[in-house]
Each structure stands twice: as structure tokens, then as C-alpha cells.
Design a protein around this ligand. Structure first.
Ligand code: PBG
Length: 332
């Protein structure tokens, strides 16, 4: 051990002594523009419906959606990410590509309300639309058919672009999805529509409450297409493929349990990196806070700050609008 000749001289605590000093030396922060709010729309509802496992989050109707979008815009968020639940599901997810399908209608409503103030984003995946709940179409013997699914994703991208999406979020984890969607958009003249690739999306238990939110029909799991939680190096491979295929933004998902992966991706990605604080992360905070076991606001702030510190440029979180409200108080 080296004896320090002046034990009192080097004192990191000086920089923690007052709120003003801590504010001056903070390495990262969270700004509303870095937050994206996921929103759910459910076809056939008369009123917004609470999601039991996500207290405070609802399934919107097309009528209640504009107010949520307006709040997000007022809060100066970076964007909204839309998910929708159709009344009718079938083997190929027909409603995903119907121009009057619920997601495409929701995109149009949100785009009109946002009026350019938000990046209107849409989930591009088939799981809400298929009667078996998988993210793709199935082969005769029940496996997820990668290349047949790509055809559906290309069609879905065109429907979402036509509805007015600024950015499509490819969450299905099919090989080749980014390139196929990029080509389809470009050939249709929709070259201004951005592609966010869920590049490193893990097969995670933390999506549990989301499955309630979209009334998922899935039996079994998604381990033949989503990544194995054991794998860190593989994320770099997925990101490299998506970037090569033309991804404008790449994502790591979930967030908190994968901060090592996020830090790796942020260190090497040539494009912006998003992270998704998923439904289970939301539910854990809400449940513990409701029980009085953690301080709700501090836990929300700390978790999003940690995701930023690990390197995310922007964060999808169900707390986005509320968190942005707290941040606005600070900046005043
Ligand atoms: C697939 C999709 C999922 C989520 C976002 N997009 C579910 C899944 O992969 O099973 C999960 C988001 C969350 O848990 O908050 N369309």
C-alpha cells in the first residue's frame, strides 16, 4: 500500500458538497428530447382501458390517442412509438397491412396531432396481428418462416409509410429485415422514412406486462428469433448487420438488465443508439413504489439516467411524459 503524504488533499467529496456543485459536474443528464413514449391503441374499445400489470398505462381508443400525443408534444418529447391491437387476428396478420387497420389508422391520427413536433414511430412486427402471436408467419409445421415474414414486413413498412410514420421500428428479429424494409421503402419513394432496427433484442421475461397490453396470443416463447440473454458479443454482430443493411438507429432491449450490451453498442455504433426500458422494468418500479418499498420518482430518474450513462442517445420509457414534466421544472 502506498502512503499518501497528504491524506486530506485528494478529496472527491468536494465535488459532491452542494447541489450547485453536483449540478456543475454531472457527467450525463436526461432531456425530454431524448425520451420516446410508447403508446397502445386497441380497436373496438368505447373508452381507454387500463392495463392491470402496467398501472398508469392504458390501451387508447383512436379518440383518446390525440390527447396523449398532444401531451407528449407539450412535454417536448423526442417522439412516440405506436403499438396497436386489432379486433381480428389471422395467420398472416392481415390487419397489419390493411390501410384501415388499427395501427395504420393510429399512425395517421398521431401524425396529424403531432404536426411535425414529434417523431412519429410505429412498431413494425406481426405479433399483435397474428392469431398464433408469433412475430412472423409460420411454416406448415409451425416454425417461424424467416423469409416469408420478410415479405410481410416490406408490405407493412409501405402501409406505415403511407399512413404517415416518420420512423418504423423493426422489432421482429428476422434475419435480413432491415435491408428488405429499406429497399421496399426506397423503391416506393419513401426514402425519407427512417428505420430503427431493434438490433439487440433479447428473449426476455421483462416483456411480460407488454403481453397483457397487447393481449398476446403467444404460447411458448420467441427464443428461435430473439437473442439469448447469455450473449454479449453477439450483439455487436447484430448491430453490424443492421448498420450494413441501412439502419438509421439501432436499439438495445431490454435496458436495465442489458447495460453492458448497451455500453458496448454505444461505444462502437456509427448511428444513434436507442434503449427500451420495457414493460417489466416499468412494472417493477410501479409495484415496489406502490408497496412503499422504493421512492418512485427517484427510482424512475435513476433508472433512465443509468440508461443514458451506459450510452443510450434516446430512451423509450412508459414514464416519458411524466419524467419530462419533472425535468421541465428543473430547467425553469
Ligand atoms: C414485439 C414487441 C415486444 C415489445 C416491443 N415490441 C414484445 C415481444 O417481443 O414479445 C415489448 C415491449 C415491452 O415489454 O415494453 N412487437
Amino acid at each position: 500500500m502506498t502512503e499518501h503524504p497528504h491524506p486530506g488533499r485528494v478529496r472527491p467529496r468536494r465535488l459532491r458538497a452542494t447541489p450547485a456543485m453536483r449540478r456543475l459536474v454531472g457527467e450525463v443528464d436526461v432531456q425530454p428530447r431524448q425520451l420516446v413514449l410508447p403508446l397502445f391503441v386497441r380497436e373496438g374499445l368505447a373508452e381507454p382501458r387500463p392495463i392491470a400489470s402496467m398501472p398508469g398505462v392504458v390501451q387508447h381508443t383512436l379518440e383518446s390517442l390525440p390527447a396523449a400525443v398532444a401531451q407528449a408534444a407539450d412535454a417536448r418529447l423526442g417522439g412516440v412509438m405506436l403499438f396497436a391491437v386489432p379486433e381480428l387476428r389471422d395467420a398472416t396478420g392481415t390487419q397489419a397491412t390493411a390501410s384501415d387497420g388499427i395501427l395504420n389508422r393510429a399512425i395517421a391520427v398521431a401524425a396529424r396531432e403531432a404536426g411535425g413536433a414529434l417523431v412519429v414511430q410505429a412498431d413494425l412486427c406481426l405479433d399483435e396481428f397474428t392469431d398464433h402471436g408469433h412475430c412472423g408467419v409460420l411454416t406448415a409445421d409451425g416454425r417461424v418462416d424467416n423469409d416469408a415474414t420478410l415479405t410481410r414486413y416490406a408490405e407493412m413498412a409501405l402501409a406505415q409509410a403511407a399512413a404517415g410514420a416518420d420512423l418504423v421500428g423493426l422489432s421482429g428479429m428476422m434475419d435480413g429485415q432491415t435491408g428488405v424494409v429499406r429497399d421496399a421503402l426506397d423503391q416506393a419513394g419513401a426514402d425519407e422514412v427512417a428505420v430503427l432496427a431493434y438490433a439487440a433484442k433479447y428473449a426476455s421475461a421483462f416483456y411480460g406486462p407488454f403481453r397483457d397490453a397487447v393481449e398476446s396470443q403467444l404460447e411458448g416463447d420467441r427464443r428461435t428469433y430473439q437473442m439469448d440473454p447469455a450473449n454479449r458479443r453477439e450483439a455487436a454482430r447484430e448491430v453490424a448487420i443492421d448498420v450494413a443493411e441501412g439502419a438509421d438507429v439501432v436499439m438495445v432491449k431490454p435496458a436495465l438488465a442489458y447495460l453492458d450490451v448497451l455500453a458496448d453498442v454505444a461505444a462502437s455504433s456509427p448511428v444513434p443508439v436507442a434503449a427500451y426500458a420495457v414493460s417489466g422494468e416499468y412494472a417493477m418500479i410501479e409495484a415496489a413504489a406502490a408497496a412503499g418499498w422504493i421512492e418512485r420518482e427517484r427510482a424512475i430518474r435513476e433508472s433512465v439516467l443509468s440508461i443514458r450513462r451506459a450510452g443510450a442517445d434516446h430512451v423509450l420509457t412508459y414514464h416519458a411524459t411524466e419524467l419530462a414534466g419533472w425535468l421541465a421544472e428543473e430547467y425553469r
